[in-house]
Design a protein around this ligand. Structure first.
Ligand SMILES: [Zn+2]
Length: 365
């Protein structure tokens, strides 16, 4: 089994967002990769620049970071032959390694744009070394820049950054030199470019300390949260159905949901749902289930309390608004009634006038 550590450089619409092609917002200009064997020894390398076909002028922000301009690319091959060479060079069943999740996503978007066939597995797992570095050396949440880690690890900085091959090379060096990486390598990331297309394709991955479920696309969050597969709570270690202590409730912003449960064998377990935007308006769900520490239990209880308070405040506001509306309506009706009475009085007094005037005429006496 080989690791393919790769990096891409891409351009975007020089005319800004309005002039971009939504099918390919980022057009790949360069692929750089280093092949490592199972013992993380460098066995081969790949580097090629690409002549663009969609955006033929450089976006000014891109120009600032990439070490190329359009003149350098005019003799390069176009994406289709380069991508085919690259995929062939990768070999069978490689494990892709990237710094952050976007390179694998954009590679697939470009492959799809040019209708290039590939045989990536479903689910498609890869190594996000930026995440593993954070899990091993930082808090697990931070996402450090490549050059920061190169510096922290005292890797000689004898190459430029933001050039595809050099970034891939640095990433490979980090992978080779990271101590204690072996157990971390089991924490694969899931690619979200190709999502499950139907219910039967939804899947759960079991990692050592947590499980991760990825859903298909649903029209909106309400529809997603009605699905049993989405809200289902089973222990990540033994698969037993969990006893629900605090049922799913939404956090601030509405894209996260939390739950707290108990496994009869493993104790407190927490559930987290993250609603993510798919293409268009649709959403998909990433649900993780993990043992809950005392701190986690306290955090979830606190979150639930503030969610309840938010709900109460919202309800109170709604009640106040309804009351105000009712009062305004009543005042309006009163006004109308008053106007009607005044009108009627005026009418009556008008109709009285003609027969009151001639009276007292003493003609006929
Ligand atoms: Zn259990």
């Amino acid at each position: 089994m080989n690791y393919i550590v790769f990096d891409l450089e891409w351009n975007q619409s020089p005319g800004g967002h309005v002039r971009e092609n939504p099918k390919i917002p980022f057009e790949i200009l360069e692929i750089g990769a280093v092949k490592l064997n199972g013992r993380r020894k460098v066995v081969d390398q790949f580097h090629e620049t690409i002549k663009p076909l969609v955006y033929t002028r450089m976006n000014r922000y891109t120009q600032k970071v990439v070490h190329m301009d359009m003149r350098d690319l005019k003799n390069s091959r176009t994406f289709t032959p380069v991508a085919k060479s690259f995929l062939k060079w990768c070999g069978k069943n490689p494990v892709f390694v990237t710094w952050g999740p976007s390179d694998l996503f954009e590679l697939q978007r470009n492959l799809e744009y040019y209708h290039i066939e590939h045989r990536f597995p479903k689910p498609f797992l890869y190594v996000d070394l930026q995440k593993l570095y954070s899990l091993g050396y930082l808090d697990g949440k931070k996402r450090p820049a490549l050059h920061e880690v190169v510096e922290a690890m005292n890797i000689p900085q004898d190459r430029p950054f933001h050039a595809a091959f050099d970034d891939a090379w640095y990433t490979a060096q980090i992978m080779r030199q990271m101590e204690g990486i072996k157990p971390l390598l089991s924490y694969k990331s899931v690619d979200y470019y190709h999502l499950p297309e139907k219910k039967e394709e939804e899947f759960t991955l079991n990692f050592k300390t947590y499980s991760k479920f990825v859903s298909m696309l649903y029209p909106d969050k309400e529809a997603a949260m009605q699905e049993a597969s989405v809200t289902d709570l089973k222990c990540n270690r033994c698969g037993r159905p969990l006893e629900v202590k605090i049922d799913w409730f939404s956090g601030t912003g509405g894209s996260m949901y939390y739950a707290l449960c108990e496994c009869p064998k493993h104790g407190p377990v927490k559930g987290k749902i993250r609603l993510r935007k798919g293409p268009g308006e649709e959403v998909f769900v990433v649900k993780t289930i993990k043992a809950a520490t005392e701190q986690d239990v306290a955090d979830i209880e606190e979150r639930q309390q503030s969610a309840q308070e938010r709900r109460h405040k919202r309800a109170e506001k709604e009640r106040a608004r309804r009351k105000a509306r009712k009062a305004a309506l009543a005042a309006e009706n009163k006004q109308k009634a008053k106007a009607r009475i005044t009108q009627q009085k005026a009418k009556r007094s008008r109709s009285k006038k003609p027969d009151s005037a001639p009276k007292g005429n003493k003609k006929g006496e």
